[in-house]
Design a protein around this ligand. Sequence first.
Ligand code: ADE
Length: 252
Amino acid sequence: MKIDIMTLFPAQIEAVLGESIIGRARAAGILDIKAHNIRDYSEDKHRRVDDTPCGGGRGMLMAAPPIVNCYNAIISDLPEEVTPKVLYMSPRGKTFSQEDAKQLANEEHLIILCGHYEGIDQRAIDHLNAEEVSIGDYVLTGGELAACIITDAVGRLIPGVLPEAVCHEKESFEDDLLEYPQYTRPIDFMGMKVPDVLLSGHHANIDKWRLEQAEILTSQRRPDLYDKYFQRKSAAEEAKKRKKRRKTTTAE
Ligand code: ADE
């Protein structure tokens, strides 16, 4: 997968995405992630990229020309029929979720635009047909950390990035449940013991305990998620009962 990140601070992107699992996936050629410095595309002799807002107001805005020039350079080698999905990191966007990460992981090529100052000239956003994405209801100093978060969440879903595909199966947000508590050795740590069931070797009981724990945690911490889970579970149980009833009636 290819991800191009348009930013005024490429070093900030590299500092985060050059390390650990994503850094290794890049080195292995599984993820092709590049940070492009928008300032390199300024036509101004002082390499300026910002200006004051038309109509007045506080702060500075990122001007459209360097952003559009940077975008044109990124897409210049692509065949004409290929239009990568463009995201603009902004607190004004739709809040990013695990479901969005899964959808984006199906894309071959993403372009992420990071904003700074008080925002970006709307014409740049419109020209790039950029989808605005927020990582939560708070305001960051710029879009770089948000872009790193999206890249990490999407990148780890690409086959070969994590050691095993199985890693995705029982983790938070799959099935609308938060992950159950996990333990490793030592069995007794400062008097706090690993729950007996996890040492029993009885896999059905372990699965049952983990599901119960996940349900308890989710209902306490994320009642919104728990409602979704509960509705889906009830619908699945109802469908199972209907199927069973149908089977018995045909057998009679
Ligand atoms: N830029 C500033 N704040 C942001 C947020 N919450 N999400 C995405 N991009 C941002």
